[in-house]
Structure formats: structure tokens, C-alpha cells
Design a protein around this ligand. Structure first.
Ligand SMILES: [Zn+2]
Length: 290
């Protein structure tokens, strides 16, 4: 039987928010079994809560945004992918400030904070979303699907008509080691013309070459260059894994993503939770992806 996990102690991360440019904190706290991953923030003398689940997705443009009432959190995928790669079941993410810190635009900072504080097993079995038959969502040539697989595997293909990107594919089993070595440090990327348009709308005020790869029509503007030649597709794998975590339980399956973004991932996650013929939430005797 595979047991649930939380973190050993609380840990604080901080940095500027992407959209406001304000200093923000995200405090990671241990949580009781069956809590799941839940964002909280102080409201008056109490707390308001926002579970990291697909039913709370309110916006998928540029990033995955969760919302419940007036409580909204954008770009949840960059910290949630680290939580899910470490198979953390129960965690409180306390937001102090308007946003999650963007850090370097990857998930490295969150991964290191979680690894440093360490994990502890809890005496309650974990459930997995086990895929028994393929489930697919399609939008024109873009698609995302899951297939049966004895573990968690991810294949992502992107195709951007830009001389520095083009078509890139990554295909690998996801566990703590592969995530740490191949995906966690891949930074988000964007195009200068979009950044200028967003900033004219008052968004992405904290955006800079410190927290994203920025490209103009031909070149990469970051003086340090790329961390991998295919850093772009690695970041899309990071995003897909973060979006997948909104299932609320680890996937036992093979996720294949072709030119799909947060919108299709949100549809796929909702479909997985609503396809009892194809996928079921169940306990596992063993997890080869551990
Ligand atoms: Zn991203």
C-alpha cells in the first residue's frame, strides 16, 4: 500500500509577483491526511481557502488561474508541478501578498524548498487516477490525451514558427529524479511584442529577463542564453505536469500533449475526473514511478 505524504515542517519562499511586481511570500505548511493541496490566505481574523483542483480553474490564458469568490491565484502550475513530482498529497500553500512569487520562471526554487524541508509519510493510503482506456480532447490540430501506463509518463510536442524554437519533443517517465534533472529548471518564455502589450494593460509588471526567456522576432534576448537547447519544450512539460496536478491525485497513465496549452489541459483533467468507463480513483499496491 502506498501512503500519503506531507512536508516535515513549514518553509517560506519569497520573491516578486509576475503581474504586480510586488514582493510576495508563499508559506508551505504540512497538512493532515486527505487535506489535498490547498491555497489559503488570511481574511480578517480567519482564512479563506482555495483547493488546487480543476473545478476551481477560472482562466487559462497565459497561465492557469484558480478562483473561488474574490480569491484568485494565477500561474499555479509552476509550484504545483514540484509538489506533484515529489508526490506530496497534503500541503497548505499560504499566500501572503497578491501572487505566487515568480522566481526565475521555473519550478526550481519550489522544488529546492520542498526537498530541503523533507517529506514524511502519513498513515493513510494514497489514491491514484488510474487510466484504463484512452481519454482525449482535441481542438483542430492541437490535442491532449492520456493512455494506460504502469507509472507516470509524459510526452510533449511544441511547434512555434520562430527560428530559435521550431518543433521540439520531450518524452520521459516522471519521478523525483527525472523531474529534478530534466524539467524543474526550465524557465517560462515569452515574446517581446506580447510582453509590451501585456505591460501596456498593466500586466506582467514584474516580468523581466530574470524570470523568463524573452525572444524578439529572431533572437533570445537573455544574455545568459538557454539552460538546454530545448528548454522551451521542457517548460511546457513543466506546465502540463502542474496542470495535471489539478486532478487532486497522482495520475497512473501516459500523458501525451501536442501543441496544447493550459486550456486543453484543463479540459482533459476535467474529462479524466468525469469518465468512469476510462479512469478510476483507486489505491495501488505499488507505484513503479516512485
Ligand atoms: Zn509556465
Amino acid at each position: 500500500m502506498i501512503l500519503q505524504k506531507t512536508i516535515r515542517a513549514s518553509v517560506v519562499t519569497e520573491g516578486v509577483g509576475l503581474h504586480t511586481g510586488e514582493q510576495c511570500h508563499l508559506i508551505l505548511r504540512p497538512a493532515l491526511p486527505n487535506t489535498g493541496v490547498v491555497f489559503v490566505r488570511q481574511k480578517g481574523k480567519g482564512y479563506e481557502t482555495l483547493p488546487a483542483l480543476s473545478e476551481y480553474i477560472v482562466d487559462t490564458r497565459f497561465a492557469s488561474t484558480l478562483g473561488k469568490g474574490e480569491f484568485r491565484i494565477s500561474t499555479v502550475e509552476h509550484c504545483l508541478c514540484a509538489v506533484s513530482a515529489l508526490r506530496i498529497d497534503n500541503l497548505i500553500l499560504e499566500l501572503v501578498g497578491p501572487e505566487i512569487p515568480i522566481q526565475d520562471g521555473s519550478s526550481l526554487f519550489f522544488l529546492e524548498a520542498l526537498k530541503k524541508v523533507g517529506l514524511v509519510e502519513q498513515p493513510v493510503p494514497r489514491k491514484y487516477w488510474v487510466i484504463h482506456s484512452p481519454i482525449e480532447v482535441v481542438d483542430g490540430e492541437r490535442w491532449a490525451r492520456v493512455e494506460p501506463y504502469p507509472g507516470l509518463r509524459l510526452s510533449v510536442t511544441i511547434d512555434f514558427p520562430h527560428p530559435q524554437i521550431g518543433q521540439q519533443t520531450i518524452d520521459l517517465d516522471i519521478n523525483e529524479v527525472t523531474f529534478s534533472q530534466e524539467i524543474a529548471a526550465a524557465r517560462t518564455f515569452g515574446f517581446l511584442k506580447d510582453a509590451e502589450r501585456l505591460q501596456a494593460q498593466g500586466l506582467a509588471r514584474g516580468g523581466s529577463l530574470r524570470n523568463a526567456i524573452i525572444l524578439d522576432d529572431n533572437a533570445i534576448l537573455n544574455p545568459e542564453g538557454l539552460r538546454w537547447p530545448d528548454e522551451f519544450v521542457r517548460h511546457k512539460a513543466l506546465d502540463a505536469l502542474g496542470d495535471l496536478s489539478l486532478l487532486g491525485a497522482p495520475l497512473m497513465g501516459y500523458l501525451k500533449v501536442f501543441k496544447a496549452g493550459h486550456d486543453l489541459m484543463a479540459q482533459l483533467v476535467k474529462k479524466i475526473t468525469n469518465s468512469p468507463q476510462c479512469s478510476r480513483l483507486q489505491e495501488m499496491a505499488f507505484d513503479i514511478s516512485k
